[in-house]
Design a protein around this ligand. Structure first.
Ligand code: AMP
Length: 356
């Protein structure tokens, strides 16, 4: 097997886990990240310490790597397109431009024949008032760009809209209708260069204060709901001519039908359980897809619950270490700030019997 060098834009925990998966396949990794000693820098072969849009750094990355990938969706699209002129960039830069703006993203998802919450572009206080009255005073106002972990959002359940446009920065916003969901699930899927798609089992996700708390597999959903999620993933991946792992989040309605919430063109927090409960994790599956290696079987061998260790949760590490069937993963961050993802632990809950 050729030894490839893979560039990773972004040096957080996702970049770290990608670099570790690449190393297990004998591949080298070079991380582009402005913060020195970032989580990925501690395990990769080399870090280029520079801004994501630094032209000289991008040219250096392109010259040193066989393939470039990324660990977060806010990579400047121009930087990814510039890189793509001289080196293979996966997932395709188009996936970035679709996922960076919630209005573009929801329009794209609807164009694939998949339902989302109703939505309206909000560019002024009067747009907001009009849209809220169309949604009977209920909805979620979000920044169109750079929102994550529930940041940049305001919930309306009949509250006055007075001043709300400015509270979210007065820029480009979107109002989504309030979805009355029963549970939240996600699908982690990979598309390969020959167009084949593999999906991990849907996870059921619980968020606390807008941040993922747990992912449980299997999700409490019917087979028909699970296959709707897998079908939707295939449509989205094909429409983007995608290569690599994608994470897609859905709301499950009381009748079992799905409403897509968002897509993340990268390995995803709700797929961390795969490193403990599947033979090949989402991280290795991504590295395989972008480097034209064969797809791995994505079936889980165990049921499991993945719990994020956020901020001071990391103090519970000794307890987790003392429990059996727990796979702990820490991210190399020295300071446990509130809301900061410090690590995760996957608790295996029993073997899955059927292996056809
Ligand atoms: P997001 O940043 O879009 O992933 O939203 C964060 C969380 O807010 C989601 O996981 C849901 O729990 C909740 N949420 C977001 N959008 C809606 C919506 N349109 N209706 C109901 N809840 C929502």
């Amino acid at each position: 097997m050729n030894i490839l060098t893979i560039g990773i834009i972004g040096g957080g925990q996702l970049g770290r886990m990608l670099a570790m998966a690449a190393a297990r396949l004998n591949f080298k990794t070079i991380v582009l990240e402005p913060q020195a000693d970032c989580p990925a820098a501690q395990v990769c072969n080399r870090q280029i310490v520079a801004a994501y849009d630094n032209a000289a750094a991008l040219a250096e990355l392109a010259s040193l790597c066989d393939i470039v990938t990324y660990e977060f969706e806010n990579v400047p699209v121009g930087a990814a397109e510039e890189l793509a002129r001289t080196v293979a960039v996966y997932p395709p830069p188009k996936a970035l431009s679709v996922s960076q703006d919630r209005l573009v993203e929801k329009t794209f998802i609807n164009g694939c024949g998949i339902r989302t919450a109703d939505f309206r572009a909000v560019d002024s206080q009067s747009d907001l008032e009009k849209a809220l009255s169309e949604f009977s005073g209920k909805g979620v106002l979000k920044t169109r760009r750079f929102g994550y972990d529930g940041k940049g959002q305001k919930l309306f359940r009949g509250e006055s809209a007075d001043g709300a446009f400015d509270v979210l920065g007065g820029g480009a916003l979107i109002l989504e209708s309030l979805v009355n969901f029963e549970r939240e699930i996600s699908v982690i899927a990979a598309r390969f260069q020959d167009g084949s798609v593999v999906c991990y089992d849907p996870a059921e996700n619980v968020h606390l204060n807008g941040i993922l708390h747990t992912s449980t597999v299997p999700a409490s959903i019917s087979e028909s709901t699970a296959s709707q999620a897998v079908d939707a993933a295939g449509k989205i991946l094909d429409a983007l001519d995608y290569v690599g792992i994608i994470g897609i989040e859905f709301f499950v309605l009381p009748d079992g039908s799905l409403v897509a919430n968002e897509i993340a063109p990268r390995v995803h927090n709700t797929g961390h359980w795969t490193e403990a409960a599947c033979a090949v994790s989402q991280f290795e599956q991504h590295i395989r897809a972008i480097s034209a290696l064969p797809a791995a079987d994505s079936r889980r061998h165990s049921d499991c619950v993945m719990t994020n260790l956020i901020g001071d949760d990391v103090d519970s590490v000794p307890q987790w270490l003392g429990k059996s069937d727990c796979v702990l993963h820490l991210y190399g961050k020295s300071e446990a700030r509130a809301g900061r993802k410090m690590g995760h632990v996957t608790e295996l809950k029993g073997a899955v019997k059927q292996r056809s």
